[in-house]
Write a protein that binds this ligand. Sequence first.
Ligand SMILES: [Zn+2]
Ligand SMILES: [Zn+2]
Length: 443
Amino acid sequence: MTNDPRVPGDPHDVYLEYGARSRQPVVPPEDGPSRYLGAGTAAAAEISRGVEALRPELEALAAALHADPETGFDEHRSVRRIATLLQEHGADAEVGAFGLETAFRATAGAGDGPHFAVIAEYDALPGIGHACGHNLIAAIGVGAFLAAVPAVVRLGGRLSLIGTPAEENGGGKEHILRAGGFDDVDAAGMAHPTGGSGTSPIWGERTTGVRRVSVRYRGRAAHAAGTPWLGLNALDAVVTAYQSVAQLRQHILPIDRVHGIITDGGAAPNIVPEQASALFYVRSGEIDTLRALTDRVVAALEGAALATGTVAEIDVDPVPPYLPLEPNVELMRRWAGALGERGWRIPPSPAVPSQSGPSTDMGNVTQFLPAIHPSIGLGGPEDVHPHNAAFADWTLRPAALDAMADAAAALATTAVDYLADPALRAAVGAEFAARGGRYRWSD
Ligand SMILES: [Zn+2]
Ligand SMILES: [Zn+2]
C-alpha cells in the first residue's frame, strides 16, 4: 500500500527523470573553438567580400520589409521582394513551395552530396511591425545564401535558402517538415536579432517548446438576477480553470512556463454566460516534460467543467507545437569562430547551453536535423528588445545593419565549412546522434 496518488503512466513520472538529465552536458567536453578545418580562410574572405558587395541591397531589403510588414501566412509582398532580389543575382526561388503560398526555396550546387539549408523568416507581429527583427533575418538569410553560392559551386555540396512563413503564429517550419521539405537536408542554420550586444547568447540558447491549449466552456444562459438557479455559468468555469492553472504553476519545473488569457468572458452581467473561453500557452524545455505539463493543464481545464456543471471543449495544438530548440554545438563553434574573425568578442562556450523562456518553430528543425539558431545582438540599449515596437526601428540603425552583415557572413561561412569538410560533418552528425537523433512530432 502507498499513499502516493500517482498511477502508472502518471505525467509526474517524467519529472523524476528531469533532475539528473538536466545536469548532463550536451556538448562535447573540450572547450573553445572548432578543431576542424572547414573550407579555409580563402573561402571565408571570399564570403566577406560577397557580403560587402551585397550590403546595399540587403539593407534596402531590410528597410522595405520594415516599411511594409505582413503577418504570418500573409507575407506575399515580402516573399516577392526576396524572390526578386534573388532573381537579380541569378537564383530562382520557387515561391509557394511545400504547399504554402508564402514559403519559398532556392537551391545552388550539385544535386547529390551534403545539403545545408539557410533559413529565412519574414513575418511581422500584429500592430508592432517587425518588432521581432524578422526583416533582418530575411536580409541575413539572403546575404548568407548569395555570398556562399560561388564557394559552394566551386567546392561542392548543395546549399538551399528556405523561406519559412509564420514563425510568430503558425509554425511554418513544422508545416514544411510535415510536407517533407527538410527530408533531404543534412544541416541548417539561421540567426535571430536580439537586443544589447548579444555576446552572452552567441553560443546559442536552448529554448522552450510551446503548445497552445484553447478551451471553450458551454453552460446554460439564464437571467442572472431573475432565475440564476437555472444557469450554468461558463465564465465561472473559465475562472476556475484559470485559478487551477495558476495553482499548478507553483509545482512545475524551472524549465516550464504556462500563461493564459480569457478570450471570451460573456456578453452582459445580467446574462449568466452560456459560453466563455480561454487560451493557454504551455511551454517546457524538453519534449517529454512539454507533453506532461500539457496533460496536467488539460486535467485542470476538465476539472473546472466538472466543478461548474459545464461542458469543456478543449483544443490542444490548434497550431502545430513548437518543440524545444537544441543548438548543434559543433556548428555553433563554426558560427562563433566566424564572428570572432569579424571582430566580435566571443566568450568561452558554456558546458550546457543556457535556457531561455520563449519558443521558436526553429526548435522543430533542430529536433529533426543538426541546426543552429544563434542570437545576434544589434547593439541597442538593453531595454530595446524583441516584441517591443522600438526594436522594429532599431533594426535599421547602423549598428544593427553592421550586425546583419556580420551574421550573414558568419552563417555563410558556417554553411560552406560544413559542406567542404567531411570531418566537421561527421562531428556534427555524431553530436546529433548522441543526443538522440532525428525526432518528428506525432500526437
Ligand atoms: Zn518573435
Ligand atoms: Zn522572432
